[in-house]
Design a protein. Structure first.
Length: 430
């Protein structure tokens, strides 16, 4: 176990020196394996990891879902989702903020990325909120926090990678995220209601839309509904696998964007380059984490730690709760995907050893990643908004997210105490 502790300390030290965490994990894992197994065997195994990751059929789901999200974003569906939600709820106090949460949930159902959802909705939702006189702290806090729904409401890139690394059924992970995603939507809207109750000027009410305007707005989102029903319905119903569903979704999003005349040759090239860049980043992190995981498992730290915890007599729920607290703290100082892949080799064997379902644990992982994405000082969504909305001071963005961090923490507590909420839908799948 000593070797693993030294390795973790080395990774954190390199991270503090601003070495990208993927390179830190890969370097420490490679050196550790080299010292313990010998350099020829380590070099061969590292090369095999790179080859297996690059040619793994199951991993092709990652670039396909990324591509689908990029096509949908270019097709302008986010604007129509926001307009439809605003037509129904924009007339209440904080209505545009509520509409932003609903639109983020809808966009997340066809995107799978938190950062992409937050970035897209910053362009769509912030200008009308600004025109109506919304406080910057409320509008940016809502966009940043609602953007995290992109990784809870399926399809989710984080769930896909978690499922591949832990060999957990991706379809069941997607099903498990539906009810927690809806609970997060309700809690975020409760946070908006609390802010606007305390400060009515922060989110004034908009104009009430007629029923004719509402039905017209609903007709505009048929493409979103069709993609969600076909892709997720096919995966849940066992018609096709998650990888096949991702391919169908990417193809459907491409033809939909093409039909809306949103794709020129230059835009298509931009979408492909952006998708390739995102995929390369994810694969680099995954390869580095796999090498580091091999080293940690070689040192027998997971099994030793599991035996120690079992002999201490701690409550299983207490152990998982402690893990979640560690994740929340790490999320304030580390990039979320790297954080998960760094700790999974240690935590996952303990969780399964305690008899918990890996699908349920996957939902908890996504929730703590959501919290990390909006936790100052290094929450990724916060800096995405700071980059896109240059007229909003960073301190205002930080101020606006705290109530929503609390709301997501409540969601985490609910999922921790009531696993049935996340396990009910997967129970219907074969």
């Amino acid at each position: 176990m000593t070797e693993s502790l030294v390795a973790f300390a080395s990774v954190f030290a390199l991270a503090l020196l601003r070495v990208p965490l993927a390179f830190a994990m890969g370097f420490v894992g490679f050196v550790g394996l080299g010292l313990m197994r010998g350099w020829p065997a380590t070099a061969a195994s590292a090369a095999q990891v790179v080859y297996d990751t690059g040619f793994a059929y199951t991993l092709s789901v990652v670039p396909l879902f990324v591509l689908m999200g990029n096509f949908v974003a270019r097709a302008g569906l986010a604007h129509e989702l926001f307009r439809a939600a605003n037509a129904f709820i924009g007339h209440v106090r904080g209505g545009l903020a509520h509409a932003t949460v609903i639109a983020c949930a809808g966009f997340g159902a066809i995107c799978g990325s938190s950062i992409a959802t937050a970035a897209t909705m910053a362009k769509v939702a912030y200008p009308p909120m600004k025109r109506l006189g919304y406080a910057d702290y409320l509008s940016t806090g809502v966009i940043a926090s609602a953007g995290t729904l992109g990784i809870m409401i399926p399809p989710s890139t984080i769930m896909v990678i978690y499922g591949i690394v832990t060999e957990t059924n991706i379809g069941k992970l997607f099903a498990a995220g539906v009810i927690p995603g809806l609970i997060c939507v309700l809690l975020l809207m409760a946070g908006i209601a609390w802010i606007t109750w305390k400060d009515p000027n922060a989110g004034p009410a908009g104009v009430r839309s007629s029923w004719g305007e509402r039905w017209r707005a609903l007709r505009d989102i048929w493409g979103v509904v069709l993609l969600v029903v076909v892709v997720l319905g096919g995966i849940y119903g066992g018609v096709f696998t998650a990888t096949e569903g991702a391919g169908i979704g990417a193809s459907g999003a491409f033809f939909f964007a093409l039909a809306r005349r949103a794709l020129t040759l230059r835009v298509l090239l931009s979408v492909l380059v952006e998708s390739a860049r995102t995929t390369a980043m994810l694969f680099t992190i995954l390869i580095a984490a796999t090498i580091f995981s091999s080293f940690v498992n070689f040192t027998s730290m997971p099994s030793d730690l599991k035996e120690w915890i079992l002999h201490q007599g701690f409550s299983p729920v207490m152990v998982v709760g402690a893990m979640m607290l560690i994740y929340v703290v790490l999320g304030t100082i580390m990039e979320e995907l790297s954080m998960v892949l760094l700790t999974i080799p240690v935590f996952f064997p303990i969780v399964t050893g305690l008899g918990f379902d890996p699908v349920w644990f996957g939902v908890l992982i996504v929730l703590v990643v959501q919290i990390g994405l909006i936790s100052p000082p290094v929450g990724m969504n916060l800096f995405v908004l700071n980059t896109l909305l240059k007229n909003v001071p960073l301190k205002q963005i930080f101020r606006g997210v705290w109530i929503f961090v609390l709301m997501l923490a409540v969601a985490l507590f609910i999922m921790l105490e009531f696993p049935v909420l996340s396990m009910w839908l997967p129970g219907f799948m074969k």
